[in-house]
Design a protein around this ligand. Sequence first.
Ligand SMILES: [Zn+2]
Length: 289
Amino acid sequence: MATPQTSSTAQTAAQSLKEMGNERYQSKEYQQALNIYSRIIYDYGANTDVPRHLLAVVRSNRAACYLKLRSFLEAFQDCAQVLEHAELRPERDHALFLKMVHRAARSKYGVSDLEAADRYWEQYRALGETDPIGETPVPAEPKLKQKQPSAPPPPSSPALRSINYRIQVFTDEAAKLPDKGQFVYNEQMPADMFGTNRTPGKAETLFLDSLVRKHDAEVRGKRRWRCWNCNKKATSMTHTPATYMGENPPLILDYCLPVCQVRRRCDKEARKMITHDLSMAQSLTPRRR
Ligand SMILES: [Zn+2]
């Protein structure tokens, strides 16, 4: 190509850097992948020869790296940048748009901004319902709507308190499901539990364990989950319920990751990741193991 070289050269360079970044990401070298994506954004972000869509995908990929590295604020910034400025087109960019909304929700969960996270999940569900290209034919489950926090059943005894127990399976696979991997149960707990003390005592720990045991089989049986980390067939779930007693009704949010083998690498990685997420959050009560 002799003549107008600049446009194709810049685009080709950015494109091949992106492939390199993707390879690093596939090899789980997230920091290296992130560096490459950052370089593309730095070098070509203002270059009008590079398609905006390509840069949006790079940002989306970088957000995925940030999520892997638990840098939630940075992840969210990339998501917001793409959602607000990339001029996404509904038909062409639907998959990218969904991904960004999903990653934005995860970023907000990561910093414990539940309200914002929920808004993104709502948006995600709404997008599924009106999906213009039919990639995700997902009518929202009416069952879930009935179980929204606004309408819990009244406590059956004054010593009990209504709570919502919400399991969120936290994988991209789950995000593609009609229910988005979210399971909501109305439960009750002794009213004096999780009082002023944010650290769970023995009673609290037992209560959380019983909640997990009660619903684990249903969630596991819902489909053939793949391990969040290695994509092998999952044989169990790593649960990490956290309490949000300030919500009305109180909420127990259980981040849940399908794992291939209990107590092996993927299980340990899952616990490490979730514990890290929780330790960043101020209002959370991580479950002691
Ligand atoms: Zn695994």
